[in-house]
Design a protein around this ligand. Sequence first.
Ligand SMILES: [Zn+2]
Length: 223
Amino acid sequence: MYEQLYPCDHCGGRGTLGFSQRVVAETGSSPFDYGKYGRHAGPPVIGDVMPRPAFAPQTEKLVCIYCSDCGMSTPWLPVGKDEKSAMTRCAHIWNRRLSRPKITEGDLRDLIEKELGACDSQMVIDMLARNDEDWETRGPLFAMLAQRLVDATVSTIDSWPIDPVLKDAARYRKLVQLAKWVDIDGERYVQFPKIPSPSEHDQCLFEDRIALAVDAMPDRDRW
Ligand SMILES: [Zn+2]
């Protein structure tokens, strides 16, 4: 869903999920410090997810979507039993707040917004470059595609970096290139090679160390 959030209408920033809580019940005990945990603590604060002590007034979990740059936010919605659906309702409110034409289900824009991501920009540029007729009708379509790419780039680039995913994909392909079939007792197995991991990488993180080892293998034969 992150990918489908429009950038902030106010500053172009990225929509981010915020969690908090608010009091739903009073304990009834007057000496209790309501200033810190209770109704007098003020409005919900983003990131306030600290569990309350058992003797404090009970709270309910809240979710909102806010702009990480300017702080503009949707109203807080209670999470209830289904966190995912509360998040989705927030996302709809967030997108509705922007002055964009309304999307109906089955709309072409609906399809574009679901299917097109930041990594498809090459494809769209290629389509644009190769189009040489019917600009009158295709123009608005290209505008829709371009708008989606801008939206997706703003909202995904921080939360879901494409670069490491692509690098890992390249490593996997290299491994596949180096894999061999092994037949043992009539069963066929895929065997990946033993990959040397030098001891000077001892201090690296587990994943980083593996990545370094795979990167040091000969490049895959692209023919
Ligand atoms: Zn903003």
